[in-house]
Design a protein around this ligand. Structure first.
Ligand code: AMP
Length: 210
């Protein structure tokens, strides 16, 4: 699942994972988890992620090879936020070939204006991970989750400076991959400007067509 930061990849991947039963592999979530450890690598990861820059391809290679070799991935998996560079896309091609998988790419596209609001307005539940947006999907009680009343939190990389860096990294490093997959005939582009339910319906339709 590809798309700029804020395009709704995480939300859609979660829904697809529930519907089709493939595990969701979010490299952003995995890296944030890894960054919680008390090691020099974890500290470095935390800094890189907060700044909005991309983590090195070497770290991503280890992460993706180890996660996709787990038992729950044997029938396939949904990648959310990977690949983000051409080196990662090449790695995925090799990996898919070795695993006997076929790669299908869905790209969710959104205007820059909307991406900025999505990112700066995003709040996440500290307990269940539910995602809200103060502009588009506010919780019933400001600052607290509807599901479990736990406090909501803003991601450290959703502040303005990091958001700008993340969008720049996307334009520079990840956008060229869209062309790479389009040329290979493996890409389906979806208009992300619609509601979560409409985008999900379009994605499901495309998957059912495969
Ligand atoms: P995300 O939650 O997908 O927006 O990812 C959050 C942050 O994790 C990104 O801004 C990067 O710092 C890092 N990250 C996630 N996936 C990748 C990837 N495939 N390659 C490099 N860095 C990544």
């Amino acid at each position: 699942m590809m798309g700029a930061p804020g395009a709704g990849k995480g939300t859609q991947t979660r829904l697809l994972s529930e519907k089709y039963g493939y595990p969701q592999i979010s490299t952003g979530d995995l890296l944030r988890e890894m960054s919680q450890a008390e090691t020099p690598l974890a500290r470095q990861l935390k800094e890189t992620i907060s700044s909005g820059a991309l983590v090195s391809d070497e770290v991503l290679a280890d992460l993706i090879i180890s996660r996709t070799s787990a038992e729950d991935c044997k029938n396939g998996y949904i990648l959310d936020g990977f690949p983000r560079t051409l080196i990662q896309a090449n790695l995925l091609d090799d990996l898919a070939q070795r695993q006997g998988n076929e790669i299908r790419v869905f790209s969710v596209a959104l205007s820059m204006d909307c991406l900025l609001k999505r990112l700066s307005g995003r709040r996440t539940c500290t307990l269940c991970g539910e995602i809200y947006n103060i502009f588009f999907r506010p919780p019933k009680r400001e600052g607290f989750c509807d599901n479990d009343q736990a406090p909501l939190q803003q991601r450290s990389d959703d502040f303005e400076e990091s958001v700008n860096r993340r969008l720049a990294a996307y334009q520079e490093m990840t956008l060229p991959l869209i062309d790479y997959y389009r040329k290979g005939g493996r890409l389906k582009e979806i208009d992300g400007q619609r509601s979560v339910a409409e985008v999900f319906a379009k994605l499901s339709e495309s998957i059912d067509d495969i």
